[in-house]
Design a protein around this ligand. Sequence first.
Ligand SMILES: *[C@@H]1O[C@H](CO)[C@@H](O)[C@H](O)[C@H]1NC(C)=O
Ligand SMILES: *[C@@H]1O[C@H](CO)[C@@H](O)[C@H](O)[C@H]1NC(C)=O
Ligand SMILES: *[C@@H]1O[C@H](CO)[C@@H](O)[C@H](O)[C@H]1NC(C)=O
Ligand SMILES: *[C@@H]1O[C@H](CO)[C@@H](O)[C@H](O)[C@H]1NC(C)=O
Length: 465
Amino acid sequence: MIQTSCRLRNFSIISVLALTVSNVFLTLRLLQVSDCGRFNNDNSVIPRAPVILTPATTCLEYILADSSVNASDRPVFSGLELKLGRWDTRRMFKIFDYGVVGEKFVELSRKLNVTLATQSSIEKIFSLVQVSHHWSGAISATVYAAGDDELYLLQLYLTYLRHCFTTIRERIAFHLVIPKERSPSHLRGIHLSELAKYNCAKPEQTLNEMLKQRSGDTKKWRIKYPYPQNLMRNIARKNCQTYFVFLTDVDIIVSANMNFAEQLDKFLRKAKCSNINNLCAYVIPTFELDERVRFPRNKTDLIRLANKGLARPFHNKVFIYNQYATNFSRWQSDVTETEVKISHAVTNFEFLYEPFFVAPDNNPAHDERFIGYGYTRNTQVYEMFVAGYQFQVLTPLFTIHWGLQNKKGRPAWREHQNNINRKHFEIFKREVFARYHKDPLKMLVPKKPRGPNAGNSNAGGVAVG
Ligand SMILES: *[C@@H]1O[C@H](CO)[C@@H](O)[C@H](O)[C@H]1NC(C)=O
Ligand SMILES: *[C@@H]1O[C@H](CO)[C@@H](O)[C@H](O)[C@H]1NC(C)=O
Ligand SMILES: *[C@@H]1O[C@H](CO)[C@@H](O)[C@H](O)[C@H]1NC(C)=O
Ligand SMILES: *[C@@H]1O[C@H](CO)[C@@H](O)[C@H](O)[C@H]1NC(C)=O
């Protein structure tokens, strides 16, 4: 009896050891296959054999596929007249719609009934390499530049991107926003020969190299400057030429399983909105991914990574309400990957829910009075909810944010922006009530705040500093 239990214990210790060893081994292997998914490896040898593109490619593969890029392109924004441009409502920013138009933007806007809309400050634009390779439709992107030095670097970098990547050159229309407070005075000419020293296989590193040329003055000014997220979003949205718009932040990368844009278009063409007022928004779940692993090839692959702790719902640790209502456990229970379909409807909508979704673009605009961090995207989603939109979660498409986000101290300037926006929210929620005569979440009933993080959800991809 004693002997048996001893043997049993030995056996279980051995099993645990064996399992641990195999787990460590598997994790190591998994980490090893990571490559330049985020363009940060040092893979500088270009293999001679042509690479057959699999859905989730490495940047090196992108370059090989793009080798036919035409070098006789004109520099970006070369025809722009800085003395013109239209002002935003409060005359704080000047807007240049369609500063550069992708060669196939119009054609793609006709082919598919959905456009990807996004916005970025200069620091994160490199993400568009991966975004444009995974999204085969039209892309409407608003970019931002402050001062002569930043505008020059933006021109240089966009010219580089268009020179190196066919998908950027063909698919993306760029709209430019400049702040009145630090308005550039002139455009510098760019010669394509300036690009010779930059490596197409390293878009992120190239950007960081270029940004070193930014003046100390501009850097200092930019750190605290409230970035006009919602203005940027509205410009990207309203320059989409299709009925449906999929608004994301620039560092949200659409999955490469199936052909995202085409499959989504196919779904949207036959989707029947079951909402009584015909107000439907289709949520694409967002995950954050350990930087060391390869981009998941499909939903099954993503769930495998999630089970290993290498992927998890976006903002799960930083601010769980951000995506909680999407109901990931429910989404994960179905792994069929044959066509895009509705997984389930969002049933527990809560304030501060902030999904990325596809919808006809007649939904409420983003309130441009929210500037910088806090209450920018979730207030728009809140207004949609009050207006009666139904949110439905799609499968098996998903989006990825690189890097697992953990709670860390927030810089004081960001706390400051959030506090200003919180005050503004008090007005906003009353306006929404006045507009719809509804208060489904009882926002106007005084109650205790939920916690120190409420409203400050680090809303994805917007770089300020
Ligand atoms: C590149 O542009 C030139 C001049 O516009 C054109 O003659 C040539 O065919 C183009 N090459 C490619 C690969 O598109
Ligand atoms: C896009 O979808 C809308 C709504 O279903 C439809 O009315 C419109 O005709 C579609 N446009 C094209 C170009 O297919
Ligand atoms: C998903 O990706 C994995 C890993 O690449 C592959 O083995 C599997 O066949 C794929 N499944 C589907 C349904 O495409
Ligand atoms: C998620 O779905 C499950 C199963 O349908 C349900 O029991 C649960 O309440 C849902 N949770 C949320 C947050 O919607």
